[in-house]
Design a protein around this ligand. Structure first.
Ligand code: PHE
Length: 338
């Protein structure tokens, strides 16, 4: 019987088949069990001899079954591991690629245009003090021009910058003239939103300071900007305007024809010659810090423009709020080349 059992155990191909073999020999009505039961009919001497024989057989079969069980379990584990192995040669699942936001692209383009003209690109804080956002820019607390910038005030008395102009002061404080910088960044205005107004939008500030800088330099720079943005045929227009930190001040517009054959004046931003009070404020601050007064007597110009306005005209975007609504149907259109 041992021979037969061994053969069956060795050929059992699965744990279930092995269990069947086990039941066949060692189960309640199994072959070995039957023999054990038959012992009762024997004489005590015979029973002793036969009993030892059967128990030895039982242990032998039991041992063989346990061995086989371990082997089958190990094989099952190996098979499972093999079937779950990761095939690193398979091509990856394709994921939709993201892209830079259209306003980021316009700001990058603008920065490129100005970098080519020798400007440095710097950034400032979005949380500002009243002093930098207003006072040092020749806008005292009582000045009616504050109404031009509806302000988000923070609980601690600071504010969200309403324009990028505070960086004019911060940069001059730490650098000497001559200097040429542009400052791209976010600005905030507390106002009702509509198709052309958002409470958060972007600006690109420009500041040039040196000796004998004139309005002609400013106009030439804006014209160069227009051509950089819209090609050699772009034209610029200046209209007198008022900003407390420049004198004289102007608003500028760009004449441009888009690929759809439409053309119109795009009011792009404000500009002007840096007001002497701004240079004085910077020198006062420098003096407080133990630095020499170096700005009084200098000349310079500044400008600030809105990239959203460029994007709206360039791409026929009808509503400024689309830029920040996170609607992929809108944003995904601006993934490719500008
Ligand atoms: N800071 C002004 C604004 O936000 C724009 C500006 C910048 C005007 C520099 C003149 C010079 O409206």
């Amino acid at each position: 019987m041992l021979q037969e059992a061994r053969a069956q155990i060795e050929t059992a191909g699965s744990l279930e088949a092995l269990q069947t073999v086990k039941t066949h020999y060692l189960g309640k009505n199994g072959e070995v069990t039957k023999q054990l039961k038959s012992l009762g009919a024997l004489s005590p001497e015979e029973r002793k001899v036969k009993g030892q024989e059967i128990n030895a057989l039982k242990q032998e079969i039991d041992g063989l079954i346990s061995e086989r069980e371990v082997a089958l379990k190990e094989a099952a584990l190996q098979a499972k591991l093999a079937s779950e192995a990761i095939d690193i040669t398979l091509p990856a699942l394709s994921m939709p690629a993201g892209g830079l936001h259209v306003i980021t692209r316009i700001l990058d383009d603008l920065s490129d245009i100005f970098t080519r003209m020798g400007y440095n690109v710097v950034e400032g804080n979005e949380v500002e003090d009243d002093a930098y956002n207003f006072q040092h820019l020749n806008i005292p607390w009582y000045h009616p021009a504050r109404d031009l910038w509806d302000t988000f005030w923070l609980k601690d008395g600071r504010l969200l910058r309403t324009h990028t102009s505070p960086m004019q002061i911060r940069y001059m404080l730490e650098h000497t003239a001559p200097l040429k910088i542009v400052v791209p960044g976010k600005v905030y205005r507390y106002e009702a939103t509509d198709a052309t107004h958002e409470s958060m939008f972007h600006q690109l500030e420009g500041l040039v300071v040196g000796d004998n800088i004139s309005m002609a330099d400013l106009k030439g720079t804006i014209a160069e900007l227009a051509r950089g943005l819209f090609g050699p045929k772009a034209k610029v227009r200046f209209q007198p305007s008022f900003y407390p930190f420049v004198e004289p001040g102007a608003d500028f517009a760009v004449w441009w024809e888009n690929p759809r054959g439409e053309s119109k004046w795009l009011e792009l931003g404000g500009c002007g010659m840096v007001h002497p009070n701004v240079f004085k404020a910077v020198d006062d601050l420098r003096e407080q810090r133990g630095l020499p007064r170096i700005y009084e007597g200098k000349t310079g110009f500044a400008f600030g423009l809105g990239p959203e306005r460029i994007a709206m005209l360039k791409y026929g975007m009808p509503d400024i709020r689309y830029f920040y609504a996170n609607d992929l149907r809108v944003l995904a259109q601006f993934k490719g080349e500008l």
